[in-house]
Write a protein that binds this ligand. Structure first.
Ligand SMILES: Nc1ncnc2c1ncn2[C@@H]1O[C@H](COP(=O)(O)OP(=O)(O)O)[C@@H](O)[C@H]1O
Ligand SMILES: [Mg+2]
Length: 337
């Protein structure tokens, strides 16, 4: 078996990341991959596996966010028959199935204390017990984790054990966001466009107009490479004449037509209804809170992605919360939001 998908791009940032991957791949220790959504964390994990001595053994991925805490235990460590209602047969978990190979735990977020405890044990001693089981089983698995969550924050809030994080982060790979490696955009855009043109049965792909390429270079790509891929595929598919270069790039599909603004700022376009007299400071504060609250809700309360969506750093957002005396976890909908 070998890795099917090539990683496109020549930027310095990507090359440095890939070099780090090559160095870490043969070292039999846990690696954590950090990066925004859509930056290619899964591809990096595959590469770690296929460049290791385990390349012809199993590579298994599990998206942790897809499971409730109870089910996650069974998915990871397996269960014996009768472990819970509906568990008529016993079943191996991903750790047992990945024995000899590598396991990617994707979207590592919150895990209950018991699962964290079991994970720590399997890393330390290579030993697990299935849910509802007695017998300890040995496994040999190279563990790779990935997340776009701020784990420091999860640790501070007591949602993640510090000793587990220490074990998972023998090495950490930071995958840079696309806006920090814009040199990769033309290569990636051509690559995705060609593939789409082939899929559509077009006889040729005639490139992008210079305005279209400028637009691609100027956008900040909050959804990174996944967003770029979707945007390119949409633009190629909607290009009326495949013998002409792609001229129209629709960057934000959530944008309402004819407002000239992106979905993130449409709320700001409604006309202000102001009373005769206002307390300016308070009014501005309320307005800020309404804006941040809406984005915060849209990001399901994730402070890192909220900060990203607002164009702030995580620390700037934390400072903003502090200044406004807001506890994000108990934030009540402000008026106007
Ligand atoms: N360097 C790259 N070259 C080609 N395709 C890429 C590259 N990085 C990411 N992709 C593609 O972008 C999409 C998102 O990548 P993925 O690894 O799933 O991101 P993440 O796990 O960080 O959300 C996938 O379709 C992936 O194949
Ligand atoms: Mg992913």
């Amino acid at each position: 078996m070998k890795q099917e998908q090539r990683m496109i791009g020549h930027s310095l940032a990507l090359s440095e990341t890939l070099e780090q991957v090559t160095r870490l791949a043969p070292i039999n220790r846990p690696v954590m991959i950090l990066g925004e959504r859509g930056t290619g964390k899964e591809l990096i994990a595959e590469r770690l596996h296929f460049l290791s001595q385990r390349w012809d053994e199993e590579f298994i991925k599990l998206n942790c966010a897809a499971f409730s805490e109870n089910l996650l235990d069974a998915e990871l460590f397996g269960h014996d028959s009768g472990a819970f209602t509906g568990a008529t047969k016993s079943r191996a978990g991903v750790f047992e199935r990945a024995h000899g190979g590598s396991l990617l735990l994707d979207e590592l977020g919150t895990m209950d204390a018991r699962v964290q405890e079991k994970l720590l044990r399997v890393i330390e001693y290579g030993e697990l017990t299935r849910l509802g089981g007695q017998q300890a089983r040995s496994v040999d698995v190279r563990l790779i984790t990935s997340t776009n969550e701020n784990l420091e924050q999860a640790m501070d809030e007591g949602r993640f054990r510090a000793d587990l994080i220490d074990r998972l982060t023998f090495a950490v790979i930071h995958v840079p966001p696309l806006r920090e490696r814009k040199d990769d955009i033309p290569d990636l855009a051509d690559h995705f466009a060609m593939k789409m043109a082939i899929e559509l049965g077009h006889e040729q792909f005639s490139g992008f107009s210079s305005t279209a390429m400028e637009q691609l270079m100027d956008w900040h790509w909050p959804g990174n490479i996944r967003e770029l891929k979707n945007t390119i595929e949409r633009s190629v598919a909607l290009n009326d004449d495949p013998s002409e270069p792609v001229e129209h790039i629709l960057l934000d599909p959530l944008r309402k037509p004819n407002t000239g603004s992106t979905s993130a700022s449409t709320e700001g376009n409604t006309k202000l209804e102001l009373p005769e007299q206002i307390d300016f400071q308070q009014h501005i504060a309320e307005y800020e809170q309404a804006v941040v609250y809406q984005i915060f809700r849209r990001q399901q309360g994730n402070q890192q992605t909220t900060a990203d969506a607002l164009g702030l750093t995580y620390h700037q957002l934390r400072a903003w919360f502090k200044r406004h005396n807001i506890q994000p976890k108990n934030w009540v909908r402000p008026k106007n939001a």
